[in-house]
Design a protein around this ligand. Structure first.
Ligand SMILES: Cc1ncc(COP(=O)(O)O)c(C=O)c1O
Length: 345
């Protein structure tokens, strides 16, 4: 319970975009001859690499995204970094990147946040310090195969709310023209290729004025998969329902909200969700680290629009879940599940 006395950077915290703002330091680990180096803190924002590096050609790259917050009592905390560490391990395993231990990952988080403590937005601003770990295959290689050398970097950047309108409902479009993931592909891993594959679908939605798009399962185009950068949740009666597809990213926010829902006495169902069921939902949300929950007031599927609650305000269950999770992150509600990891500065 140590209050930090760090002097904050001179930033207009209330008007931060969800974009890159330069901070002082990042941390880097190199993998050579079968082992990871000690992490080194640097202020260099650039990477020097060989033009034949496999990350550039074959997409041998995995990444993560998590946040640090200043709490009401002035501590700096990170939300569930061990979960991101384990998810990165799964991504690495799938695309042949050597394992990064949970300890090494969490230590890197603490070091990069402590080094950039003055960029952790003050409590009450709605902003946070976004942490972006990435690991890439390096060294020269032309034939397809895993790299011999790797670089694991973690940088941090202060971010404002993901959606500028704040906690306001958005409309979503079901995109069937493009898939972001293949049935037994890497949709359940956080690897760059999924996001390149999703750019066209997101643009397709933007052109039609939908801020987010929803994908169906790539095999049958029948079950709900997820939004482009967030999981789907639907609220019906006393149930919290979320798809359990093999081609979606297991969201740490979704997992946490499920625990909170259970704390509230709401039944959590993780199962296939037929798109035909969508009209029976009372509330729908898009959940992920960036926005926690974006309420979804309408989904357009094959020229038919299904609506959920008011277009102006989030529904009561989603609001309650959102408030509880953001209060835990801000240290305003007891962290009874031990999700916060404190950073000593
Ligand atoms: C495709 C996709 N789904 C879901 C999520 C939400 O996951 P999390 O709650 O761990 O941020 C993200 C963001 O990481 C994502 O990119």
């Amino acid at each position: 319970m140590k209050k930090t006395n760090v002097e904050k950077a001179n930033i207009d915290w209330g008007n931060l975009p969800f974009g890159y703002v330069k901070t002082d330091f990042n941390i880097r680990y190199y993998y050579k001859n079968g082992k990871w180096s000690e992490g080194e803190i640097t202020s260099d924002e650039n990477i020097l690499m060989h033009m034949a590096a496999p990350c550039l050609h074959y997409g041998q790259e995995a990444f993560e995204g998590l946040k640090a917050f200043e709490t009401v009592d002035g501590r700096i905390v990170v939300f569930r970094p061990d979960e991101n560490a384990r998810r990165l391990q799964r991504s690495c395993d799938r695309i042949f990147i050597p394992q990064i231990s949970v300890e090494m990952f969490v230590d890197a988080v603490k070091r990069v946040v402590a080094a950039n403590a003055k960029f952790v937005p003050p409590y009450g601003t709605g902003a946070s310090l976004y942490i972006r770990p990435l690991v890439i295959g390096m060294g020269a290689r032309v034939g397809l195969g895993p790299a011999d050398e790797y670089l694991f970097i973690m940088f941090a950047t202060p971010v404002g709310p993901y959606y500028k309108g704040g906690f306001k409902p958005v409309r979503a479009l079901v995109v069937e023209e493009f898939d972001r993931a293949a049935p037994l592909g890497v949709g359940d891993c956080k690897v760059g290729g999924n996001y390149a594959a999703g750019l066209r679908g997101s643009e397709f939605g933007h052109e039609k004025n939908y801020p987010i798009v929803l994908y169906l399962d790539p095999k049958e185009k029948r079950y709900i998969d997820e939004f482009s950068t967030s999981n789907f949740i639907g609220i019906k009666g006393n149930s919290y329902i979320s798809p359990n597809s093999t081609s979606i990213l297991p969201s740490i926010t979704n997992k946490s909200l499920g625990v909170i829902a259970e704390d509230f006495g709401i039944q959590v169902e993780r199962r296939q969700v037929d798109i035909a069921e969508v009209e029976s939902f009372e509330e729908v949300g898009a959940v992920g680290t960036a926005a926690v929950i974006t309420p979804v007031c309408a989904i357009t599927y094959r020229n038919k629009e299904f609506t959920f609650g008011s277009p102006d305000n989030a529904g009561p269950v989603i609001t309650r879940l959102y408030e509880r999770l953001t209060k835990i992150q801000a240290g305003e509600f007891e962290d009874r599940h031990r999700w916060l990891v404190e950073v000593e500065v």
